[in-house]
Ligand binder design. Structure first.
Ligand code: ADP
Ligand code: SF4
Length: 693
């Protein structure tokens, strides 16, 4: 197939200072939880983006100076000579495919605790840091500090060029770098030439840019990443006020303006809180005030939206982090006229969540992400399997669908049996909840791919028993029958059943997802899960007329969503929807018309009126079929079934990304002898210095 001419514009080369990007697909810097800690894995991942057609592939933030040590996060760094070993390898991998390699120079200023380097953090002012509320203060940079910092930045630009990068990014974004701290009035109350007027607050950024240009500008592109709006009204930069004025003041200085909103929570909003292209309204002015190329992000996954953003004169390049994680081959697929094959990001921020936990990022849509090097997993190709072997997969949720897709791609004869008429399991049910419609892409991508395969047969409305499984005579059976929410409240905080939880007016998320609604008008939701489920059910019920109280034993509502950058937006949404929030509250007992609660701040128990209760605590695998088949096989080993596995939530309830990964892994490992005691991937090794003599 060939490319649809309406997408031609996406494949026009673009000059960025002295270098030329081969197309308009720009993988902006993004954290990935690998960086300098797992450098081979990072290199493998970046190389894959270039192979998939991203015309510019950047590092994550790269700290260039021990006083701006990004530990404990797994970013790249370049403090001295020596880091070229892995950064240079990244450039090689990117260049192999004709793409440009970019590097984002960062100093996180008063946001970085310098846990490893033990240097005193620096910033425009003396102030405590927000990071983890660590008992650490940054000190105000004096003139010598500013000179040292500028010197380190200039040196880093030179080092980046010498390592092989084509583009160096001067970074004033996300309210998380020294130049952005200097720019913000709330962080900068200096009275010298670096404080006060916008011109003064912008001085350091200008100096960094000018010095980087002076040092390497003739050889490589010197670009900026700049937040034009901090989404806090006049307390921060606004696109129509100082954000715009700052761009006007530096208009022709950088070779590219990569613009966005800040902070990171605002920039990387999930699909629950912002649609594709949501940053356009903030950045549209930029092209009107500079002749330099402009780029922005906004979770663009549709080539039509990309073309439109360019044709409407908003940008020249399409910046993408998450869409390039979900589908490293997105550009190639557009180029080859395979739009249906694009694996669209669902905007869930699980990738961000794992990065925040300083672990290699995982992606709900792309199970091969972070596994490119350590498992040799390619996102598009799998080694051929034995086409004569028959694989039966029971259950078409995310685990079963991905197992069927990947096994089908390997050439196995696959039967996928699903109890319901609709495919997708929990994804189909959960995508009907408020704000989660994009999650259906997990199902739609896989069903779309499977339907093109002649070797995969789907049986809908087919709830299989153990006997039927055996009758089908498959060589390999995978049971992917999911999990159910517990009805007794057992979870992290309650470790014995809640008295009264067996009553008819006590429901679980499964009931709500099945269409049941709680009796009476006053509902108490008890959240011991701390992710999205309790909150989206609260929103659903509150906006359909219920009086909803959301109780949780923790001090924070939806506490894990701090990692997906959603905690603040989620809480705001709940309050706007009229939900009453009850943090520090544990459920003790359910009675008719009321519940007993324990308030851990005041230390007392209370009675609270509630016509019904929804328990969102933990889940149990639906593994009855697995055990029944296992027992039957033990009783009659000669049935022809050679391997039996359970995958996804049926093995261990988890997030959708885990189910997809386990389904994929199952299909990859078909036909392999896997010893569970062996390390299941290639490990990164540290180089140990010889003993001192
Ligand atoms: P996962 O996230 O692990 O994929 P889900 O709960 O989303 O789990 O999907 C499990 C799917 O398995 C559901 O669609 C469910 O209808 C289906 N299922 C459960 N039991 C059977 C069975 N005996 N036969 C066929 N399908 C089943
Ligand atoms: Fe998109 Fe979610 Fe994958 Fe991140 S984890 S790239 S948000 S699908």
């Amino acid at each position: 197939m060939t490319r649809d001419p309406r997408y031609d514009i996406l494949f026009e080369p673009l000059k960025i200072g002295p270098v030329t990007a081969p197309n308009r697909f720009y993988q902006v810097p993004h954290c990935n939880g690998m960086g300098r800690i797992y450098p081979n894995a990072m290199v493998g991942m970046r190389g894959m983006k270039a192979e998939g057609g991203w015309g510019i592939v950047c590092t994550e933030q790269c700290d260039f100076y021990a006083s701006g040590d990004a530990s404990p996060y797994a970013e790249t760094n370049m403090w001295d000579g020596g880091d070229e070993i892995y950064l240079g390898r990244m450039c090689e991998e990117v260049h192999k495919h004709g793409s440009l390699a970019g590097i984002e120079l960062v100093h996180n200023g008063h946001d970085t605790p310098n846990l490893y380097s033990r240097e005193i953090p620096i910033g425009p002012m003396h102030r405590p840091m927000n990071w983890s509320l660590a008992p650490i203060q940054a000190r105000a940079m004096d003139k010598q500090d500013i000179r040292d910092y500028r010197r380190a930045h200039r040196q880093a630009a030179i080092r980046a060029r010498d390592i092989g990068f084509d583009m160096v990014i001067v970074y004033a974004g996300h309210d998380g770098t020294v130049p952005s701290h200097f720019l913000a009035k709330r962080h900068n109350q200096r009275t010298d030439e670096y404080g006060g007027s916008l011109e003064n607050r912008l001085r350091l950024f200008r100096e960094l840019l000018e010095e980087a240009k002076d040092a390497v500008g003739g050889d490589i592109a010197v670009t900026v990443r700049f937040a034009v709006d901090e989404m806090m009204g006049p307390d921060g930069l606004e696109w129509h006020a100082e954000g715009r004025e700052a761009v006007e003041m530096l208009a022709e200085l950088p070779d590219l303006w990569d613009v966005n909103v800040s902070d990171w929570d605002n920039d990387s909003k999930t699909s629950r809180f912002a649609p594709e292209g949501y940053q356009e309204e903030y950045v549209t002015f930029v092209k009107q005030v500079t002749t330099k190329p402009v780029s922005t992000v906004g979770r663009y996954t549709s080539p039509d939206a990309m073309v439109s953003a360019i044709k409407r004169g908003i940008v020249d390049l399409i910046g993408a982090a998450r869409p390039s994680i979900a589908d490293p081959f997105l550009p190639r697929k557009v180029e080859e006229g395979r739009i249906d094959d694009i694996r669209e990001c669902i905007g869930c921020n699980v990738c961000v969540g794992w990065t925040q936990m300083t672990a290699p990022a995982r992606c709900t849509q792309n199970p091969t992400f972070s596994e490119e090097w350590r498992k040799d997993w390619h996102p598009e190709t799998l080694p051929p399997g034995d086409e004569n072997e028959h694989v039966l997969i029971v259950g078409a949720g995310p685990a079963g669908l991905e197992a069927a897709r990947a096994a089908g791609l390997r050439g196995y004869r696959v039967t996928l049996a699903e109890a319901e008429e609709k495919l997708g399991g929990r994804v189909t049910r959960e995508s009907a909840l408020p704000g989660l419609s994009a999650w259906a892409r997990v199902r739609d991508y896989r069903v779309g791919q499977i339907q093109k395969m002649t070797n995969v047969e789907i049986y809908r409305a087919s709830r299989l028993s153990a006997e039927q499984v055996l009758e089908l005579g498959a060589d390999h059976v995978a049971v992917a029958t999911g999990a159910t929410w517990r009805r007794d409240g057992y979870g992290r905080h309650l470790t014995s059943p809640v008295p009264g939880s067996g009553a008819a007016h006590v429901l679980t998320p499964d009931d709500i997802l099945a269409g049941l609604r709680p009796p009476g008008g006053k509902v108490l939701i008890f959240d011991d899960d701390h992710y999205y489920m309790a909150s989206v059910i609260a929103e659903l019920l509150s906006t359909t007329g219920y009086e909803v109280n959301l109780a949780t034993p923790l001090a924070t509502i939806g506490a894990w969503m701090v990692n997906t950058l959603e905690q603040g937006a989620n809480q705001e949404r709940l309050l706007e929807s009229g939900v009453t929030l009850m943090p520090n509250t544990t459920l003790l007992a359910v009675e008719a018309g009321q519940v007993s609660l324990h308030d851990s701040v005041r230390g007392h128990d209370t009675e609270h009126k509630a016509d019904s209760v929804i328990l969102v605590t933990s889940r149990t695998p639906e593994d009855g079929l697995f055990h029944a088949v296992q027992q039957a096989l033990e009783a009659t080993p000669a049935t022809g079934v050679r391997t039996l596995r359970r995958i996804g939530d049926c093995q261990a309830p988890g997030i959708i990304a885990t189910a997809v990964y386990e389904g994929h892994r199952y299909a990859r490992e078909l036909g392999e002898e896997v010893d569970p005691v062996d390390v299941p991937f290639r490990r990164e090794r540290h180089v140990i210095e010889p003993a001192k003599v």
